[in-house]
Design a protein around this ligand. Structure first.
Ligand SMILES: [Zn+2]
Ligand SMILES: [Zn+2]
Length: 308
């Protein structure tokens, strides 16, 4: 059987007809309904990330189980599911203490192995989650960004402190919502590049969603002496930071990768995020979807992956 898929092959990205993958004993085969487009997909498409080649792109998705490997018991064909694209190593301390979403040795779906911009994808059953009935496939495909935003709750920031989410994009907006839901009332969002500039020495903490040298200069200026900068982005290359300026103010840098995927699904069950979800393009329109996502960044763009 063959299927349509967005395949990166060297410098070219095209919709190809490729073989439907067969699940290994511990894997499930999922018919992808929708998949979200993310910065990581665009970095991979442009060759900015080290990745498999050829490679089917895409990692944020939801769909329906089509088949399961011989060892899989928890899922059956027809189950609606969402998938955490971090594929944990299973052996490190993080994995053993049940924080596999933050395994530092993970492989990433759609980067290290074939992803979800396709009619079907195989994934290890351990990263598959049942999608609650009242969540749409688009909401399920949005669970990974929510899971990433939830990571800020693992850091040492506290409600009552004066906080800022830095960046004029949907990740900043989503992060601010996650914080407000957790009781962080005093959190502002700053759309970078807008006037007036931020006050100097004003914030107890700043959460970064815009990983550029200029943004770090601004954040280091705006956070108070002894304050905290939380790193949230995954830039494809190193970013220059003025360490002398940070040291002068004795700043704390803390990074946060992912919360728990189950918590992300619970968050989506309670909170309407439809205003953060944008257009759905057909698989063949991936170039438009990539352009829309790279340009605006205010709403999540999706690809419809269903076979027809
Ligand atoms: Zn993503
Ligand atoms: Zn691990």
């Amino acid at each position: 059987m063959r299927m349509r898929a967005v395949v990166k092959n060297g410098a070219s990205v095209t919709v190809d007809r490729v073989r439907v993958p067969v699940p290994a004993p511990h894997e499930v085969l999922i018919g992808v309904e929708v998949a979200g487009v993310c910065r990581t997909d665009i970095y991979a498409a442009r060759g900015l990330l080290t990745c498999a080649d050829p490679l089917i792109l895409g990692h944020e998705f939801a769909g329906v189980v089509a088949a399961r490997g011989a060892e899989v018991r928890r899922f059956s064909p027809g189950d609606r599911v969402a998938v955490m694209p971090v594929l944990p190593c299973g052996a490190c301390r993080r994995c053993v203490v049940e924080e596999p979403e933050s395994c530092p040795h993970h492989d990433f779906l759609g980067v290290a192995r074939n992803g979800a911009f396709a009619e079907y994808v195989t994934v290890p059953a351990e990263v598959v989650h049942h999608l609650p009935d009242h969540l749409s496939f688009r909401e399920g495909a949005y669970a990974e960004p929510v899971c990433a935003a939830l990571a800020v709750l693992k850091t040492a920031i506290r409600p009552g402190e004066r906080g800022l989410v830095y960046g004029g994009n949907r990740i900043a907006e989503l992060t601010a919502r996650v914080l407000r839901e957790a009781g962080f009332d005093g959190v502002d969002v700053f759309a970078d590049g807008t006037a007036p500039p931020l006050e100097t020495d004003a914030y107890d903490y700043i959460i970064e969603t815009r990983p550029t040298g200029a943004a770090f200069a601004e954040m280091i200026r705006a956070v108070r002496p002894g304050g905290r900068i939380v790193l949230k982005s995954r830039p494809p290359a190193p970013v220059p930071i003025d360490l002398a300026a940070a040291l002068r103010k004795e700043l704390v840098f803390e990074s946060a990768s992912y919360g728990a995927f189950g918590d992300a699904l619970r968050f989506l069950a309670k909170h309407d995020v439809s205003d953060l979800l944008g257009e759905t393009h057909p698989l063949e329109g991936f170039a438009d979807a990539f352009a829309a996502d790279g340009a605006g960044e205010d709403r999540k763009t999706f690809l419809s992956c269903r076979g027809r």
